[in-house]
Design a protein around this ligand. Sequence first.
Ligand SMILES: [Zn+2]
Ligand SMILES: [Zn+2]
Length: 121
Amino acid sequence: MSSACIKCGRPLRPEPADASASARARLYGPECQRQIDAAIRILNTTTTCPVSARAAARLLATGATQRSGSAPHVYSTRSENPATPNIVYLTTPTRCTCPAAEHRPSLPTCKHLLAVVVLEA
Ligand SMILES: [Zn+2]
Ligand SMILES: [Zn+2]
């Protein structure tokens, strides 16, 4: 599992031996978690493209979108389609390799882009 904050990349302190500590606490440092929580609230209430926005909020909440490690500003997200579990989409703040982004680049239909913009904020 990742031991660095997904958002800023700083190492996360080890969890206290407290089983009630949520899994979310291990994804982001405390300050980044506050920013992520705020972004998730906004995404969950947006009306511009609610389906993609809520999907992006879920990616952020579950840590599904991670730094790829191959280059700065590049993030990876495993496909959520059970038929293609080995596909990994690569996303920068302006581009994504997923079908939604490739077919409709001018529309905010790509949840990965929405999530990455939050992570890069
Ligand atoms: Zn952080
Ligand atoms: Zn995408």
